[in-house]
Design a protein around this ligand. Sequence first.
Ligand code: HEC
Length: 150
Amino acid sequence: MLVAATFVFAGCKPRPQQRGDAVRGAALYMEKCAVCHGQDGNALLPSCPPLRDSEWLAGSNAPLIAIVLDGMRGPLQVKGRTYNGLMPAWRDVLTDQEVASVLNFLRLQWSETGEPVLPAEVARIRENTSTRQTFWTEGELRSQWPPRRK
Ligand code: HEC
């Protein structure tokens, strides 16, 4: 997809493999996620949180992967604002590789954290949460995967 080539990966030094992965992720993002989160990551709808500089992107991989797999519902705090929306689930839509690619894209594009997300990690969390049939809440995510100390 052409739009992927227009992105500039600034602010961190991704490994070449991760960069290629993120280019695939950019195309996926434009197709599946930008309709709500915006092409520039600043969100298009008032009920939808931004991804640019989101503390969730800066946090650890597991809750991020969980959000993409099973979605979430508010209330949710992002950058000092409370959101009460619904994030759709992608468990049956995206493969492990696709979830990893889209998250690698988000990390490189809009976060200071360049930590890669690997398909094997997505597979592990998919397996560990396989009986889950419902959206995550912020409280559940934080108790399952306590945030890192700063
Ligand atoms: C139908 C609109 C919609 C689509 C499509 C969508 N999201 Fe979301 N997303 C939301 C909403 C709304 C929330 C906040 C839910 C809440 O209030 O708890 C959210 C929350 C998030 C969060 C955590 C909060 C943040 O801002 O960091 C991440 C990460 C995320 N989405 C990633 C994605 C990715 C990746 C995709 C594409 C695979 C995607 N979203 C597609 C609406 C959407």
